[in-house]
Write a protein that binds this ligand. Sequence first.
Ligand SMILES: Nc1ncnc2c1ncn2[C@@H]1O[C@H](COP(=O)(O)OP(=O)(O)O)[C@@H](O)[C@H]1O
Ligand SMILES: Cc1ncc(COP(=O)(O)OP(=O)(O)O)c(N)n1
Length: 259
Amino acid sequence: MKKILTIAGSDCSGGAGIQADIKTITAHKMYAMSVVTALTAQNTTGVYGVFDMTPEFVEKQLDAIFTDIIPEAVKIGMVSNKEIIEIMSRKLEEYKISNIVLDPVMISTSGSKLLSDDGMKALIDRLFPIASIITPNIPEASCLSGLQIHTKKDMELAAIEIGKNYKGAVLIKGGHLADSSDDLLYMNGGIYWFYGENVNNTNTHGTGCTLSSAIACNIADNKDLKESVQAAKKYITGALNADLDLGKGSGPLNHCWDL
Ligand SMILES: Nc1ncnc2c1ncn2[C@@H]1O[C@H](COP(=O)(O)OP(=O)(O)O)[C@@H](O)[C@H]1O
Ligand SMILES: Cc1ncc(COP(=O)(O)OP(=O)(O)O)c(N)n1
């Protein structure tokens, strides 16, 4: 069985973070492991608290995993702060871990900050260089490129700008566009669009976490990056169409559908 590690924050309501990742990995019939970087108190209406793990305990979790079960792919989500990022980067290099999918989680869609200011620089300097692919959403791509993004053309310009400083693949997710949910992959100087059904469902809590975990599963399954993104998009569309409606706000996805 393929083993996938998620390094991310906990969402106690089960829609995003570690919980979304484990559900996604299990739905792909793979074995999920987790390193928790932070606890959040959140639900479908917002984030009400963040409690960071100590860097020392993140290190202990990483050592426990990497000295015993080596994952075929790793997904990185919420990483909270500079100290945690530095430990992660050291450990991922020490154990020569590859196939890293990095979701640069900065702010939740509900507006809460999930990465400190000095964390942003550490994320770019220490984790971007070891990732096979980074998966910013539109606000994150805007922050990384310094460009406003309102259209698909803007997404292309932002990807090229991010690609000037980052040599791996960049997937800009289109879920925040007004009238489509098409995603853009920029890789080796080429632009590839992934078109999908724009599902009429406001229950989108955890879409980014789910997409990046699904990409990690597909990479572990020996698919190339384009195939991995295509298959992950299919998974997201299925989970949105399976139409769960929980909570008072933007609810979680339904992972209980036949992949
Ligand atoms: N209404 C929707 N219909 C179809 N796909 C969607 C919808 N909303 C988001 N997605 C998809 O979910 C994935 C995550 O995108 P996005 O919501 O932009 O990320 P994030 O959750 O990080 O903000 C992308 O593949 C995007 O295309
Ligand atoms: C613990 C935790 N990690 C990540 C997120 C962000 O989730 P994401 O799928 O990117 O998008 P939204 O759920 O914010 O729409 C989170 N909320 N919590």
